[in-house]
Design a protein around this ligand. Structure first.
Ligand code: NAD
Ligand code: UDP
Length: 316
């Protein structure tokens, strides 16, 4: 296959580039580097089946030659990023998805949308199955991201229904691993960096809100299978192991040997979901997919990467 990965210089996009290249495919990464970095794909420079195009996908997208698949991953993804970039977030979810779908239609390519568990908002059903329509505040701080992704799902489904584009929608739950940006503000890089520096971990609120963290390799496997499946409806891909933020902080402190403990800060943004856990039964049924890496194992693979990154930047 010849694939286009938008957001290809981001955390997830770069791991997708690696996986599809390893499977023998040709990969074009497209990115405007608004939250990503070419550091994530520097190791691919000169690869005979890899190329990079610097481009903002909210503008008309031109790619020469045939395309078999488009994986649309371009979008700010962390709450801090989309609070700082609200208009860009709305634009890439709406205009960017439209442009990428138009390209898929033109090339006869299969299209896969990176959607999110945020489409469920602050959920009133727990765990969240794909059939749950969500509980989203359109005018709250997270609305720019949540509604952009909900619109993107609707646009994707419309291109499938009205134009016959072969589409896939993955609803990604909190994913972590090497290449997450140190300062993207998400809880995983925040806690690991604080712990390595011997600082107290900053739990927001009472730390009793929950998240379910999946290691990046499990997500990439799920996406790889979904792209090759026939499923056009949304599919949750996440690890059902659910932890409070306090439990997560304790685990990070244990694995790093950090003795500085936890401090509680009144920094939860409005509409910060109280709970989040994927109902994975659909992925299991149709893709034969289940996560394999526990949170502890995933952190053991991720902490050394952050340590090196902090050393490289001279911060430790
Ligand atoms: P990231 O910020 O590392 O990657 C996003 C990439 O998109 C960046 O490289 C950025 O520069 C690029 N981008 C943004 N706007 C663009 C534009 N207009 N044109 C071209 N490129 C643009 O974030 P990530 O964690 O890798 O997330 C990737 C995708 O997965 C996003 O769509 C996100 O919503 C989705 N997602 C991620 C998670 C997660 O836990 N990481 C969870 C749910 C959904
Ligand atoms: N959080 C925290 N301390 C931090 C960063 C985040 O306690 O330093 C909390 C945040 O309030 C949220 C959870 O951790 O309840 C997960 O936040 P993240 O930004 O990783 O992503 P979200 O799942 O909210 O999109």
């Amino acid at each position: 296959m010849r694939l286009l990965i938008t957001g290809g210089a981001g955390f997830l996009g770069s791991h997708l580039c690696d996986r599809f290249l390893a499977e023998g495919h040709e990969v074009i990464a497209m990115d405007n580097l608004i939250t990503g970095t070419t550091d994530n794909i520097a190791h691919l420079a000169g690869h005979p089946r890899f190329s990079f195009i610097f481009h903002d996908v909210t503008n008309y997208i031109y790619v020469a030659g045939p395309l078999d698949a488009i994986l649309h991953f371009a979008s700010p993804a962390s709450p801090i990023d989309y609070l700082e970039l609200p208009i860009q977030t709305l634009k890439v979810g709406a205009l960017g998805t439209h442009k990428a779908l138009g390209l898929a239609k033109h090339k006869g390519a299969r299209f896969l949308l990176a959607s999110t568990s945020e489409v469920y908002g602050d959920p009133q059903i727990h765990p969240q199955p794909e059939t749950y329509y969500g509980h989203v505040n359109p005018v709250g701080p997270r609305g720019v991201y949540d509604e952009a992704k909900r619109f993107a799902e609707a646009m994707t489904m419309a291109y499938h229904t009205y134009h016959g584009v072969e589409t896939r929608i993955v609803r990604i739950f909190n994913t972590f691993g090497p290449r997450m940006r140190l300062r993207d503000g998400r809880v995983v890089p925040n806690f690991i960096a604080q712990a390595i520096k011997g600082e107290p971990l900053t739990a927001y609120g009472d730390g009793l809100q929950t998240r379910s963290f999946q290691y990046v390799s499990d997500l990439i496997e799920g996406i790889y299978r979904l792209l090759q499946s026939d499923e056009t409806g949304p599919v949750n891909i996440g690890n059902p192991g659910e932890f409070t933020i306090k439990e997560f902080a304790e685990l990070v402190n244990e694995l790093t040997g950090n003795k500085a403990g936890i401090v509680y800060k009144d920094l939860r943004t409005k509409d910060d979901p109280q709970v989040r856990q994927p109902d994975n039964s659909k992925a299991k049924r149709i893709l034969g997919w289940e996560p394999k890496v526990s949170l502890r194992e995933g952190l053991q693979l991720t902490i050394p990467w952050f340590r090196e990154e902090l050393q490289r930047r001279g911060e430790i």
